[in-house]
Design a protein around this ligand. Structure first.
Ligand code: 5GP
Length: 112
């Protein structure tokens, strides 16, 4: 059986996180090592390994949740970057689907 991952422990309140927004299916919390003044991670509470595991239903609901987060953070006008890393070449460290939302600084167009 797969061991419970770090983000599932955050969902279950077994390890602390600075939560920005949540509902029954999704959670958004501040990244522990922020790369911008705002760096929030968005996850589905139910484990999905990465973007390869999504479907239209999940992405539809997750997109609505992310847009709600965008308004909560008040970055709709100033802009932001949404990124999801997949697998080894994508640089994914935590195997639980998540989007990074980065905002409040001018980000380079460098995906190195
Ligand atoms: P990945 O490289 O998988 O796309 O991103 C994983 C992200 O999770 C990294 O930006 C890392 O800083 C963040 N992270 C790892 N462990 C924790 C944790 O325990 N709490 C929080 N809030 N973020 C974490």
């Amino acid at each position: 059986m797969r061991e419970k991952g770090i983000f599932e422990k955050i969902v279950d309140r077994e390890i602390p996180a600075n939560i920005v927004l949540e509902n029954d299916e999704f959670m958004a919390f501040h990244d522990i090592a922020p790369k911008a003044p705002i760096h929030v991670l968005i996850i589905p509470k139910k484990w999905v390994k990465d973007f390869n595991g999504v479907n239209a239903d999940l992405m539809g609901k997750m997109s609505e949740f992310i847009l709600q987060l965008v308004d909560t953070l008040e970055v709709r006008e100033s802009g932001y970057r949404l990124v999801t890393n997949i697998g080894t070449d994508g640089g994914q460290e935590v195997p639980h689907l998540h989007f990074h939302l980065l905002a409040k600084r001018k980000l380079e167009a460098n995906f190195g």
